[in-house]
Design a protein around this ligand. Structure first.
Ligand code: SME
Length: 159
């Protein structure tokens, strides 16, 4: 049984503990789907104020939804489209305080107001993006971005 209970007083500690739990969860397991599924369940259980958390995988230059938590979502997203497509096309983190002000934002869940999308890159190749949505405006801070970049580095070796 996995029983991760991460309750930290501050975000730096929260992300340190989350990264450590993620490392443990994927250690020794080579199957990418298993690691994405368990990884996103851990993230969903640990980070507050999310309404969707999941992966979009780079399948031949198109993003296709992968393991996630939340409501059923858009299946395919072209590079350059929406927040996820912008992250895929530029390989840059997209931290969006107000998704309604983001040109081309794709509304999969009307509850979403802010979003963080982190590219997962190995050997210069985009494997997937990690997409977190929140109903709270400006939910994601610089600390969340740094913490999720660390998670993406771990996932890049595990998926
Ligand atoms: N909002 C994303 C689409 C994916 S959903 O949030 C699950 C976007 O604009 O790329």
């Amino acid at each position: 049984m996995y029983d991760f209970k991460i309750a930290a007083a501050d975000k730096a500690t929260l992300y340190r503990d989350l990264a450590s739990a993620l490392e443990g969860l994927v250690a020794g397991e080579p199957d990418p789907v298993a690691n994405m599924a368990n990884g996103i369940a851990l993230i969903w259980e640990t980070l507050p104020d999310l309404n969707w958390a999941g992966f979009y995988r780079n399948v031949g230059g198109e993003l296709i939804v992968g393991p996630f938590q939340g409501r059923p979502a858009c299946i395919r997203i072209k590079f350059g489209e929406g927040v996820c497509g912008a992250a895929a096309a530029t390989l840059q983190v997209q931290r969006v305080d107000d998704v309604h002000a983001f040109p081309g934002h794709i509304a999969c869940d009307a509850a979403s107001n802010s979003e963080l999308v982190v590219p997962i890159v190995r050997d210069g190749q985009l494997l997937a993006v990690l997409d977190l949505d929140s109903p709270k405006p400006a939910r994601f801070t610089e600390e969340d971005e740094a913490g999720c970049v660390r998670l993406a580095e771990i996932l890049a070796r595990a998926i």
